[in-house]
Design a protein around this ligand. Structure first.
Ligand code: XMP
Length: 487
């Protein structure tokens, strides 16, 4: 075999994989106050969000509750896939139903069903009213919690519903203001929307109208519903097609995307779905360029391999593309094609605080993905435990034995040929609500951008200047020589 390049030279000429822990942002001349910073960002080719925060698709991080909370604050959640396709679909539906102007996916009942069934459907779905429709979806009336609460359970819905003659309903062209006025005037909490022939098209609820005012910064789709993404395996076309009806973003969830079989399967999958498809994880310039040239229509990249706080890949394999290094490499590759920001980079793994977020954004990322920082919040699905007077939440890697025991995650970190644990299990400190955590991170990033003199993320890409800090020097730029009371 003719080895083209000497091993020794390859070592000598190896690039430095700079990590979050090696580098700082330098202050620059500024006219920007932190409160003037605009953190709006393109998270995928076709979706803009108001805060550059994305939650990891992990079963101790993102279920429906996390996705709802994060989207309401301006970020977006990626639902984990360590469950059946039906369970993941139920999470997606829950996010989409959480608030909207016109709910399209309306849960209905037939007039011939019993009151007991109406009660069960309302309880199962946590709703208080059901439009009554015939088998061709013509609106016949509405039945609410008040109608069924004290009624004999064996009664039929048709006997307790408010019939169409007394019903307030409207058409698709109605505006939010008109809906509010109508609902106030007639003192109703649900407004069915019908087509010109009287077929049910959707439902407006008073609760949704109120929530809309409460979360003005929320990330929403064109129908006013919260934005949401879902992780899928590149080999699980059925799941992707099921989810595609509900989610805005599909994230191809593999540990190493730059793999022939993965790329080939993703190409097939992309032909079958309409959601924006984000691919990852990748960590090199070559991967980015190869994928751009081979996967027409890809909508973004999840970037970083081996930096995750629960990640063992770097130890087990000595293969890694630390997030900051990976982001800068991929950003350069995309910039060389004129695609920086058009095909957004989501920096994934190793984010410990707002300073790391500022660094990731400054090296070309459009958003960051967080597992650890969000796992500690009330809205994460992990268990809460008390240990010696302090609260913690369970957090484990998707390649850990614990996660791998749940079958669905096996293909990400452990095909049969890869029978090794690549993640760890543990606990993270309880940090309060997502809102608390997000507000703190947001304020930190805004302050960083104020120092640099960047009023938005794109400006940060142009203005950011960096310096390397020695390992001992890093000790100087954090609190030292003090017994801290908190922190
Ligand atoms: P943080 O640092 O936020 O990172 O906890 C979350 C990211 O870590 C990745 N991830 C893993 N990486 N083994 C790995 O090598 C694992 O078991 C594992 N689980 C998650 C993933 O990219 C996530 O977003």
């Amino acid at each position: 075999m003719n080895i083209e390049k000497s091993f020794y030279r390859r070592l000598l000429e190896a690039p430095t994989a700079i990590t979050f822990n090696d580098v700082i942002l330098l202050p620059g001349y500024t006219r920007v106050e932190p409160r003037e910073v605009d953190l709006r960002t393109r998270v995928t080719a076709n979706h803009v969000i108001n805060l550059p925060f994305v939650s990891s698709p992990m079963d101790t991080v993102t279920g429906a509750e996390m996705a709802i909370a994060l989207a309401r604050l301006g970020g977006v959640g990626i639902l984990h896939r360590n469950c059946s396709a039906e369970e993941q679909l139920a999470m997606a539906r829950k996010v989409k139903r959480a608030e909207s102007f016109i709910i399209r996916d309306v849960i209905t009942i037939s007039p011939d069903q019993q009151v007991s069934e109406a009660i069960r459907i309302m309880e199962d779905n946590d709703i208080h009213g059901l439009p009554v429709v015939d088998d061709r979806n013509y609106l016949l009336g509405i039945v609410t919690w008040r109608d069924v609460r004290y009624s004999d359970p064996s009664n039929l819905v048709r006997d307790v519903m408010t019939g169409k003659d007394r019903l307030v309903y409207s058409h698709e062209s109605i505006t939010i203001e008109e809906a509010k006025r109508l609902m106030n005037e007639y003192r109703v909490e649900k407004l069915p929307i019908v087509d010109k022939d009287g077929r049910l098209l959707g439902l407006v609820t008073f609760k949704d109208l109120q929530l809309r005012g409460k979360f003005p910064n929320a990330s929403r789709d064109a129908d006013g519903r919260l934005l949401v993404g879902a992780a899928v395996s590149p080999y699980d076309l059925d799941r992707a097609k099921m989810l595609d009806r509900y989610v805005d973003i599909i994230v191809i969830d593999v540990a190493h995307f730059h793999n022939e079989n993965v790329i080939a399967s993703t190409r097939k999958l992309m032909n079958e779905v309409s959601a924006d498809v984000v691919v990852g994880n990748i960590g090199t310039r070559e991967a980015a360029l190869d994928i751009v040239s081979r996967l027409d229509g890809v909508a973004g990249f999840r970037v970083g391999i081996g930096s995750g706080s629960i990640c063992k890949t770097g130890v087990v394999t000595r293969v890694a593309a630390p997030t900051l290094f990976a982001v800068a490499s991929v950003a350069d590759a995309l910039a060389s094609e004129g695609l920086l920001g058009k095909l957004p980079i989501i920096a994934d793994g190793g984010i410990k605080n707002s300073g790391d977020i500022a660094l990731a954004l400054a090296t070309g990322a459009s958003a960051v993905m967080m597992g650890n920082l969000l796992a500690g919040t009330r809205e994460s699905p992990g268990r809460l435990v008390a240990l010696e007077g302090k609260y913690y939440k369970e957090y484990y890697g998707m390649g850990s034995n614990k996660a791998r025991m749940k079958r669905a995650s096996l293909d990400r970190y452990s095909k049969p040929s890869k029978d090794v644990e690549e993640g760890v299990e543990g606990w993270v400190p309880y940090r309060g609500t997502v809102k608390d955590v997000v507000q703190e991170l947001k304020a930190g990033v805004e302050a960083a951008m104020g120092y640099v003199g960047a009023s938005n993320i794109e400006e940060l890409w142009y203005k950011a200047r960096f310096a390397l800090v020695s390992p001992s020097g890093m000790g100087e730029i954090r609190p030292h020589n003090i017994f801290m009371i908190k922190g």
